[in-house]
Structures are given as structure tokens and as C-alpha cells.
Write a protein that binds this ligand. Structure first.
Ligand code: SF4
Ligand code: SF4
Length: 420
């Protein structure tokens, strides 16, 4: 199965021990493409293997280049192009974009075989946490690599026309939030009268989607703030019975500790709680972590990095080619989003169209319950695999490494107006 000229099976199933032996014997370097969450872990492993002097680190984000990450200088990827051959481990959770940039004479390798072979070397006291406000844990890292695995699975499923396995579905259970971030990429700052999901519609539309697909690797629950949704416990109890869902993730801002009934549903559905660490704004994060520990719930506390992607812009007038590029590079272009019975391509598009019908283009969404499961499967397949850009992209800054980084979670009192 080929993607961008590379054989996926070779990319994702090599013998990590053999590669390490070759690097040692032939005195090669090992090149890590992507200076972020995955490379932190791979660097720790390489250091434990006494290969620190062989590490070369690259990133296409110009703002990172020539700075240091975990003690290694980040170089521009064009430096890899100058090498005749190279062992390149793709240490970025969006390997599709990186494979497009690499030359087939190099030997790109997924980070997964390497991680699975050597994760036994990771200990809670040797993990790089540079630049983070919290200490990483092995559970946190396991989830990072699960995300990576989901990306690879998405690549193979996209190449196989008979399979419909979705990387993820974001179920928006409420438009309300306990914070009001002026740059919320889910556009909560534009809601005047936020509504929550009708639980019957939510369960019926979830059910119809799941009848139509082969698998969903992650069913993610978000808002706004999902812990203000009064029917969350009912929804989790329903989801926990569905074998087609790989894992359930709840995204929270760390301001609320759920009541015991909800904590029990989180625990029994084996949901993973992903806590955004907005420091003093996430005032209950510590209590939430204690509650998770008391119920044996898996969780991670994360320092979010925000790009300037949370504002609705006037129509940008970009060409079709520019829109295709923006969509291709976008890190949420395949984060299918369920909101009030419609499925959209990304949370921005879902909330944009939900906020005002002036942004509606029927190609950007599917009304889930209007179609029987077989027809819905055909529509979802084409929606998921063939769309090249959305009408919504015209109003969006994009979400990729070229978009400026901004401060996280700056609060606003005022509901923002939609552009004229
Ligand atoms: S980014 Fe801020 S406003 Fe948006 S959902 Fe998260 S906490 Fe709420
Ligand atoms: S609207 Fe387009 S560019 Fe913006 S987040 Fe969605 S897919 Fe990405």
C-alpha cells in the first residue's frame, strides 16, 4: 500500500533493534523529523541507548528552527535533503504531511515500532518535560503514541476503498463553557445563547453513524466544557456499550470536578480525561486529578499550544489551490465533528455553520438522521476521503505550523461579533 511514494507497511513495521545495530556499526546518525511531543520520548529512548551523539533534530516550523529542544538544535528539513541517505524517524503526529516532504531515497520510519520496542526504557524520572508546566507520565505518553497510531491507521483506511474506519469523531455536547477564551478554536466566544445537545438526538445520531462505519478509533467528547452537560453520564453509559469505538476521550479545561455519579460513568466507560492546563484558570485541575486517581481513571494534564486559529474572518478570497493547501496542512481537517445531528469536517466548520446560516454550504455537512445507514456510509466515505477543502476554510486562518502562535486562554467578557 503506497502513500506519497512510500510503502506504508515498510514505514510502519521495521525491526527497531536491527536499525539501532546498523546505526552503531555504520556510525550513522538518526534523524528525527518533528520537534514536539513524540520526539521528546524518542530522544529519551535514544539517550538511554547511549546514542545521544547520533541524534539530529528537524522541524519545518521556521519559528522553532535553530533553537534548542531537549538540548538538541532544531535544523530545517532541507538539511536532510542534502544527505544521500538517512534514517529518518517521523516524530510528529501528522506523518502524512511529512511524508509528502521527504525524498524516497531516505528511509522514513514511523515512530511506533521504535516506541513499542523500547518503551520499557522509559521511567517516570527520565522523561523529558522541557518547556512544560507539568511532569509527564507514561500514561500520557502512551496516549500520544496511540494518537500517532490512529494517524497511520487513517492513512491505510483512506487508501482502502472498502473500509470506513474513522480516526475520530468529536461529539460537541454543549456550546457552553466555564471559561470564555477570546481565541477558542471551537468558537465558543461567539455564542450569545449557548445550547446543549438534546440527549435523544445525540444518541440517535451517534448510533446511526456507528451503524454506518467499520470503526472509530477515538470518540471524543467536548464542548465548550463537557462537565457542564447534565446528560453526560447517560451518554457515557450508552457509549461504553459500543464495540466499534476504540477509546473515549473527554476534553476538559480543569475548572470542574464531576459529581460522583458522573465520575462512576467515566470510570466504567474507561474514558480518558484530557485536561488542558490553563494554570490559574484551571483552578480545579489538581482536585480533578485526585478524583481521577481515586477512581482509577486515566488522565493527562496538557499544556496546550495555540495557533491563531480561533477567529472567524471575512471571506478571504483565496484561490482553489490555496484552499486545498490550507486544508491539506490543517491538523483538524479530518476531525469529524457531530453537532446537533449534523456531521462536519472539523470543529471550526461545525460551529461556524451552527452560529449562522450565512456560512452554510450543504457540501460542508451531512444531516445524519436523514439517511439510512447504507446511504450514510456512502456519503461519509466520500466526505471523509475525497473532500479537498471546505467552504468554511474561506473564513478560517487555518491550523498548521505556519499559523502564528498566540497566548493561550486569554479571557474575554464580551461575546464576539461575527464579521459583517
Ligand atoms: S478553549 Fe476556552 S472557551 Fe474554548 S472550550 Fe476550551 S476553555 Fe472553553
Ligand atoms: S475550516 Fe478548514 S482550515 Fe479551518 S480548521 Fe476546518 S479544515 Fe482546517
Amino acid at each position: 500500500m503506497r502513500y506519497e511514494g512510500f510503502i506504508i507497511e515498510e514505514f510502519n513495521s521495521y525491526n527497531a533493534e536491527q536499525i539501532i545495530e546498523m546505526i552503531k556499526q555504520q556510525n550513522h546518525c538518526i534523524h528525527l523529523y518533528g520537534a514536539g511531543i513524540q520526539s521528546r520520548t524518542i530522544i529519551t529512548i535514544l539517550e538511554e541507548l547511549k546514542l545521544a551523539d547520533k541524534i539530529q533534530l528537524y522541524d519545518s516550523n521556521k519559528s522553532k528552527q535553530y533553537s534548542k529542544f531537549c538540548g538538541y538544535e532544531i535544523k530545517p528539513p532541507k538539511d536532510i535533503d542534502n544527505l544521500d541517505s538517512a534514517y529518518v524517524i517521523v516524530t510528529c503526529c501528522f506523518p502524512t504531511q511529512i511524508l509528502r516532504d521527504l525524498n524516497p531515497r531516505h528511509k522514513p520510519m514511523s515512530a511506533l515500532p521504535f516506541y513499542y520496542q523500547y518503551k520499557c526504557l522509559l521511567k517516570n524520572d527520565n522523561l523529558h518535560s522541557e518547556g512544560l508546566n507539568y511532569s509527564r507520565s507514561k500514561c500520557d505518553i502512551e496516549r500520544e503514541f496511540l494518537l500517532y497510531e490512529t494517524e497511520i491507521n487513517k492513512m491505510t483506511a483512506k487508501l482502502d476503498p472498502g473500509i470506513l474506519k474513522l480516526k475520530s469523531v468529536d461529539a460537541v455536547v454543549t456550546e457552553g463553557c466555564s471559561l470564555k477564551c477570546q481565541d477558542c478554536s471551537n468558537l465558543m466566544q461567539y455564542y450569545n445563547k449557548p445550547k446543549s445537545a438534546d440527549i435523544n438526538l445525540l444518541i440517535e445520531s451517534t448510533d446511526r453513524i456507528l451503524q454506518s462505519v467499520d470503526h472509530v478509533y477515538e470518540w471524543r467528547i467536548l464542548g465548550g466544557e463537557p462537565f457542564i452537560y447534565k446528560d453526560l453520564s447517560t451518554y457515557l453509559d450508552y457509549l461504553s456499550e459500543i464495540p466499534k469505538i476504540g477509546s473515549i476521550i473527554i476534553y476538559t479545561n480543569g475548572t470542574i470536578v464531576p459529581k460522583p455519579e458522573l465520575l462512576n460513568s467515566i470510570a466504567s466507560s474507561r474514558s480518558f480525561v484530557d485536561i488542558s492546563n490553563y494554570l490559574e484558570l484551571s483552578r480545579k485541575a489538581h482536585d480533578l486529578i485526585q478524583a481521577c486517581k481515586s477512581k482509577d481513571i486515566q488522565y493527562a494534564l496538557k499544556d496546550p499550544i495555540w495557533t491563531d486559529s480561533g477567529r472567524i474572518h471575512p471571506h478571504k478570497g483565496e484561490s482553489n489551490q490555496q484552499l486545498k493547501e490550507k486544508f491539506f496542512n490543517c491538523c483538524t481537517n479530518d476531525v469529524l465533528t457531530l453537532l446537533h445531528g449534523y456531521i462536519y469536517h472539523c470543529p471550526f466548520s461545525a460551529n461556524l455553520i451552527n452560529l449562522s446560516s450565512k456560512y452554510l454550504n450543504e457540501k460542508d455537512r451531512i444531516s445524519v438522521l436523514e439517511h439510512d445507514p447504507q446511504i450514510l456510509r456512502t456519503m461519509l466515505t466520500s466526505f471523509y476521503k475525497d473532500v479537498e477543502y471546505l467552504n468554511s476554510c474561506n473564513f478560517c486562518n487555518g491550523r498548521d505550523y505556519t499559523v502564528d502562535l498566540i497566548d493561550t486562554a486569554i479571557q474575554t467578557r464580551k461575546v464576539l461579533d461575527l464579521p459583517k
